[in-house]
Design a protein around this ligand. Structure first.
Ligand code: PLP
Length: 284
């Protein structure tokens, strides 16, 4: 696999990052994951705009222009023959050659790494046909979840807790209300109304969330952006999550409580289809 590191395209085992890089030492880094369908990028613009925002919020310099980013994405997709899969992008604050809590001098060059992941069944995934079983866990992450940082230890632990419980993923709960999934935004549907938490610094502003809510509105579906509890979601007709890497993922069980007949619900399935159709049409 060819990867991109700080200006160079290299075989993955030849790529190098400094041991003093703050992304490595302090998770002082932001990232994006863009999906690829039919060899094309889904919502590249959305991801590029969110990356700019994450960088701005952390006073981190942009490593290159949006056009250059698109070119790097495309080159890696082509070079690695990705028809369906993901492009992972990370920008780190870099380092000036030592470990220090204080940020390095402003002229320090940020680091940038991109690699692809081949996922031949991304759109037609068996997991999406079965639907996900979810556990709820406490949300103990920091308070700026709107910035897409690489601080993914707790989400990883959450996925491990789900796995140990024989489930697929976890939804996190703060002050009694669901924030989001470990790597996705969370929704339930009751009597035809889609409910999801409103945007704030408490959750990541999902690129897929934005697209799916727009498409749901265009399809005349009812949407309520408000806080909701796990108990409400357990009594729902359906539930689902959204993310760039899993699109719309139906949820069939929450904390051992089966939703509907325990198979993906009709609205979640329809949203997945609409989202995939639209994404393929607008891919770059
Ligand atoms: N929420 C969290 C915590 C995430 O990590 C992600 C994706 O990685 C999402 C939501 C979904 O965001 P997107 O649709 O932009 O992939």
């Amino acid at each position: 696999r060819t990867v991109y590191v700080n200006g160079d395209y290299l075989p993955e085992d030849e790529a190098k990052i400094s041991v003093f890089d703050r992304g490595f030492l302090m998770a002082d880094a932001v990232y994006e994951v863009t999906s690829v369908l039919d060899g094309k990028l889904i919502d590249f613009d959305g991801h590029a705009v969110r990356l700019e925002r994450s960088l701005r919020e952390l006073d981190m310099a942009a490593p290159c222009s949006k056009d250059e980013l698109l070119e790097i994405h495309r080159k890696l997709v082509a070079e690695n023959g990705i028809v369906e899969g993901l492009v992972y992008l990370q920008v780190t604050r870099g380092s000036d050659g030592d470990r220090d809590f204080l940020f390095p001098a402003p002229e320090t060059k940020p680091g940038i790494v991109l690699f692809t992941q081949n996922k031949p069944n991304l759109a037609d995934s068996p997991a999406s046909k079965k639907g996900a079983k979810i556990i709820s866990i406490e949300d103990i992450r920091w308070g700026r979840r709107d910035i897409k940082t690489t601080q993914l230890l707790y989400p990883s632990m959450g996925k491990m807790m789900a796995k140990k419980a024989g489930c697929d993923d976890a939804w996190m709960v703060e002050d009694g209300y669901v924030t989001e999934g470990t790597s996705n935004n969370a929704y339930f549907i009751k009597n035809g109304t889609i409910v999801t938490r409103p945007l704030s610094t408490d959750i990541l502003h999902g690129i897929t969330r934005k697209a799916v809510l727009r498409l749901a509105e265009e399809a005349q579906m009812k949407i309520e952006e408000r806080l909701f509890t796990v108990d409400e979601a357990k009594e729902a007709d359906e539930a689902f999550t959204t993310s760039a890497s899993a699109f719309v993922m139906p949820v069939v069980e929450i904390d051992g409580v089966q939703l509907g007949d325990g198979t993906p619900g009709p609205i979640a399935k329809r949203l997945r289809e609409i989202y995939l159709d639209e994404s393929r049409k607008t891919a770059v």
